[in-house]
Design a protein around this ligand. Structure first.
Ligand code: ZN
Length: 625
């Protein structure tokens, strides 16, 4: 979840940045909110507000939910004077309006005999507001660029500032470069991110007046210079205010290559239009630094392919390297081998080059790209070819790139991985682990890694006070029993409340030679989203080879859960990025949805959901073995 990537073109930076920062902030805040344990509820008298926690920061657009539980079934609950909805399992839920600033949440638990009250203060950080029309001012908290930025001659970037609406705003970069900004009816796009695992939903905020936008295109004359934007606001009644932004725009000196060396391995997962890529820059590879923003450098592999990588992973000054262009390498297929489980292809280049692997959604073909390549490599010789191979072909692209298209005969390549040792790049394709399919023991010989989500962190909370960490474990244990009875060998990534990191969960699965990876979670919503309306069963995957498993399991799980269908989604989640085996993440129900929480705690529901998952795995094996 944490390895976010920075993306976008220079002119998109404002929007991209706002979205990235807001969603990250929301994510962090929500994780914090929902990770606070209310303690185990005793059998005695109790009245608990589970959410929000006292003194918490709440990121919300217009409303938050307040939920918790009580012991006396005759209790009525009021939150800030409004009656909350109560449920048969002695829980309550209320939605209350919020505005930025400090907010008091008063919860009154009223029984026929007595009352108990809970007061807590939370804080709602402000989001963007229009600067009041009666002021004459710049809003010095909202401008762009807000940190140092480096660009090349030819790049066009947006310059943005906010102030009193209806005025004229100019930006001067130096004595000659002065341009007028245009007031836009700005509507900030805003995304909330599902609490722990889930998908993003766009939010639309009200339009904000007084946001002024202009564009600066760097030319050769600007090369080697740094500019600090200076803004002038002239109001309708000709009052004047000025403001100097804090980020400088640095136009890079060199119009050609600006070569840097990568000093730490970089792996970037990207998805665009439901296509996934894994791009790797190994230590010591040379790249073209094409500008940057704050702590990130923009590396250009070719005209289309840009990567944003942390500046600290690039060596800025390369000693003994006086080259104008990155030297090109010859690329060849060194050898290809195959056995009953794997097909390996080893590539060799003169020096370390960037590479990328991309599986096609037809599941049978891959594109392997290499950059900084000088000429046609040798194509695979016939005597290497495995029966699983249909075809391998290659071609140059984008001047110095070379791509291989690999086609397999089987309906699905089980998994793949790619690694590099110096200038040797090895790709492995895994064959189905099921040599012969037996209907009576459909999972015989299959090794399954089950991952009960969370632990030691709590994950999301429900109204009764249960959390994901507590509840995913018994589900995984029951599922293990069911899978073992069908012949599978099952490993759990954790057997108690503490658990390994997401990366360790992946390594654990691989070390045990697992054939499938299945992560169990329960869903949650951020503030402002009505949990009475947004709910249901959902499934997540990332690389195409995991999609058939996701579809098969979702179909059966949904049939058993009998909840609304929240769909199968491609999502860049750490545990779904495993390439060596199909890996999926399941959210059978919403833990913080009153009805679904009751279901989650119900033994029959647990059995039904686990049965559905086991049937789905079986369907998948039957179809794709
Ligand atoms: Zn979770």
């Amino acid at each position: 979840m944490v390895d976010r990537e920075v993306k976008g073109l220079l002119t998109d930076w404002l929007y991209e940045k706002v979205i990235a920062e807001v969603s990250l902030f929301i994510f962090l805040r929500l994780s914090a909110i929902l990770c606070c344990a209310p303690g185990i509820i005793s059998a005695q008298q109790y009245n608990n507000v589970v959410h929000p926690k006292p003194a918490d920061f709440i990121v919300a657009r217009d409303s938050i939910f307040v939920f918790g539980n009580f012991s006396d079934p005759a209790t009525e609950v009021f939150v800030n004077g409004n009656q909350a909805i109560t449920f048969p399992n002695q829980t309550f839920l209320a939605m209350i309006p919020v505005a930025p600033g400090s907010l008091a949440v008063h919860t009154l638990f009223q029984t026929p005999e007595e009352s108990f009250s809970d007061s807590r203060q939370v804080f709602v950080p402000p989001y963007i507001f229009a600067t009041p029309a009666e002021t004459i001012a710049f809003d010095t908290t909202f401008f762009y660029p807000d940190r140092n930025i480096s660009i090349k001659s030819g790049d066009r970037i947006a310059v943005i500032v906010k102030g009193t609406p209806g005025g004229n705003v100019y930006c001067s970069l130096d004595e000659e470069t002065i341009f007028k900004l245009k007031e836009v009816n700005h509507r900030r796009r805003y995304r909330w991110r599902n609490t722990v695992f889930g998908f993003d939903n766009p939010w639309q905020l009200p339009r904000v007046k007084g946001v002024y936008v202009g564009f600066f295109t760097a030319t050769d004359e600007h090369r080697g210079r740094a500019f600090s934007p200076f803004f002038t606001l002239i109001t309708r009644d000709e009052q004047v205010r000025t403001f100097r932004g804090r980020g400088t725009i640095h136009v890079m000196k060199n119009s050609g290559a600006n070569i840097k060396k990568v000093i730490q391995d970089v792996t970037i997962f990207k998805n665009s239009r439901n296509q996934t890529f894994l791009t790797a820059l190994q230590k010591d590879v040379l790249v073209n630094d094409n500008g940057g923003y704050g702590d990130y450098s923009r590396v250009r592999l070719d005209k289309k392919q840009i990567l944003w990588i942390p500046r600290r992973k690039l060596q800025t000054a390369i000693e003994n390297l006086h080259v104008e262009e990155i030297p090109l390498s010859r690329l060849q297929i060194n050898r290809a081998t195959s056995d009953s489980a794997t097909i390996s292809i080893e590539f060799l280049s003169d020096s370390i080059v960037p590479f990328q692997i991309h599986q096609s959604t037809n599941l049978k073909s891959f594109i392997l790209k290499f950059w900084h390549i000088q000429k046609m490599p040798a194509i695979l010789r016939n005597d290497y070819i495995d029966p699983l191979f249909h075809k391998i072909s290659g071609k140059m692209f984008a001047e110095t790139g070379y791509q291989f298209n690999l086609n397999f005969t089987h309906k699905m390549v089980w998994g793949f991985d790619i690694s590099a040792e110096g200038n040797k790049i090895i790709t492995r394709f895994y064959k189905s682990p099921v040599p012969a399919f037996d209907r009576s023991k459909p999972l015989l010989g299959i090794k399954i890694c089950l991952d009960p989500g969370h632990g030691p962190d709590d994950g999301a909370f429900g109204l009764t006070g249960i959390n994901e960490k507590m509840i995913t474990l018994p589900y995984a244990e029951l599922l293990r029993e069911m899978l073992e009875s069908r012949g599978a060998t099952v490993f759990l990534t954790r057997e108690n409340e503490s658990g390994p990191s997401l990366q360790q969960r992946k390594l654990f699965a691989e070390a045990n030679g697992a054939d499938l990876f299945i992560s169990l979670h329960f869903n949650a919503l951020p503030n402002g989203v009505n949990p009475l309306k947004v709910r249901g069963t959902s499934t997540y995957y990332y690389h195409p080879h995991s999609k058939p498993l996701a579809l098969a399991v979702h179909r059966r799980m949904l049939r058993q859960s009998q909840l609304p269908d929240k769909g199968v989604h491609l999502k860049n989640l750490a545990v779904c990025r495993i390439t060596s085996m199909p890996s999926i993440l399941l959210e059978p129900a919403f833990i913080m949805q009153p009805f679904e929480e009751t279901q989650i705690l119900d033994m029959q529901f647990r059995e039904a959901v686990c049965k559905g998952i086991a049937q789905g795995i079986e369907d998948f094996i039957a179809k794709y073995h």
